[in-house]
Write a protein that binds this ligand. Structure first.
Ligand SMILES: NC(=O)c1ccc[n+]([C@@H]2O[C@H](COP(=O)([O-])OP(=O)(O)OC[C@H]3O[C@@H](n4cnc5c(N)ncnc54)[C@H](OP(=O)(O)O)[C@@H]3O)[C@@H](O)[C@H]2O)c1
Length: 333
């Protein structure tokens, strides 16, 4: 039904790794539900050692168990050659609440103690449309979860990334970045009325900043393949705030979503394909594709003009670095 169906990425067509000999290591934020869950499933099926950085132990461990059950179901459909050549990886939970920068730093330290290299970081966790709130680190809540914490996590793990032969950083952004039709300095907290509009504008600004971060990272570290993605429109709990905090408007939008969903929405698994292509597809190269933007199904696309503007991107980068340094974090810039 969807025009991109034919071009959508097929994770099964990419290389499978043997955890005993290949030692492929990936981390993902928020892999315990939604598109992250399927991203972890496919990496596990491909033989990766995956660190799931999640804020709730019970939800994370339950998800890990469920992913393993689903993986068993999938391999039962393998043919003989596939059964011989494919191996499960492993999944490890690391506590990490992105609303607490000290927690993010601690998670990065745990990984640095456990591994000497890191092949893939998938900055997947996100929040959308929340009412205005400042975190204890003094950032607007959507900005911290969608961007700032991922900046800290990624830059803290650079020493491990550069030890990988072909490192990749995947930033899950959103088509919603287009809501930021002009450049908003991150100092602007956008705490205005009507809140239903400004909460979504803050999401757009955060997801634009996430793309800016990816682009500057690609420029500064040309050997790390950095890709930003829009996963698609997927009915996940990401929409809970939009539907529950906006009264009548929220109810209407949830109905519109349910009706239009049958036309534009994709499953959570297809929603994972953009991240999976960014993580696994060997036809993407640092020379040709660094800083690129993939959309639903992993199809090559283009981010907004504001997101592609490198002067704005540098401003976003510098602001993030300065803010984190002012809070006492030592970063490699
Ligand atoms: N669904 C869509 O239509 C859509 C469209 C465009 C972009 N995206 C992006 O796709 C990504 C994944 O979203 P999804 O649709 O899969 O939504 P989801 O099912 O709500 O998953 C979001 C994930 O982020 C985690 N998370 C949220 N706040 C966190 C925090 N403070 N610390 C650690 N983890 C936190 C959640 O953990 P808990 O389970 O603990 O809450 C959950 O695992 C997000 O970045 C989102 O912006 C989604």
């Amino acid at each position: 039904m969807l025009f991109w169906n034919k071009r959508q990425f097929v994770p099964e067509a990419t290389e499978y790794f043997n955890p005993m000999t290949d030692s492929k290591v990936a981390i993902i934020t928020g892999g315990n539900q939604g598109i992250g869950w399927y991203t972890v499933l496919h990496l596990y099926l491909h033989g990766f050692k995956i660190y799931m950085l999640a804020r709730n132990e019970e939800r994370a461990l339950k998800a890990i168990e469920e992913i393993k059950v689903e993986a068993e179901k999938r391999v039962s459909k393998y043919d003989e050659a596939e059964t011989r050549s494919r191996f499960f990886g492993s999944i490890h939970y690391i506590p990490c609440d992105l609303l607490d920068l000290k927690n993010v730093e601690k998670a990065a330290e745990t990984i640095k103690k456990a591994e000497d290299h890191l092949d893939i970081i998938i900055n997947n966790a996100g929040l959308m449309g929340c009412p205005f709130e400042m975190t204890k680190d003094n950032y607007e809540v959507q900005l911290q979860v969608n961007v700032v914490s991922h900046v800290l996590l990624t830059l803290s793990l650079l020493p491990l990334l550069v030890n990988s032969k072909a490192p990749r950083v995947v930033q899950v952004s959103s088509l919603g970045h287009n809501l930021a039709t002009s450049f908003y300095e991150n100092t602007n907290d956008l705490n205005k009325s009507p809140s239903s509009y400004y909460s979504m504008l803050r999401y757009g600004v955060a997801k634009t900043a996430a793309i800016h971060f990816t682009e500057v990272l690609a420029k500064k570290y040309p050997n790390i393949l950095c890709v930003a993605v829009h996963p698609g429109v997927i009915a996940t709990s990401l929409y809970d705030f939009v539907w529950s905090t906006n009264g009548f408007l929220g109810t209407i939008s949830s109905w519109i979503f349910k009706v239009s969903g049958s036309i534009i929405a994709v499953s959570s698994e297809v929603g994972a394909y953009a991240s999976l292509r960014a993580a696994l597809d060997n036809t993407l190269t640092v020379d040709q594709n660094n800083g690129c933007f993939l959309t639903t199904g992993g199809v090559m696309s283009s981010a907004s003009k504001v997101a592609r503007n490198m002067d704005y991107a540098e401003k976003t980068w510098n602001w993030n670095i300065t803010q984190l340094q002012e809070r006492g974090f030592k970063l490699i810039d």
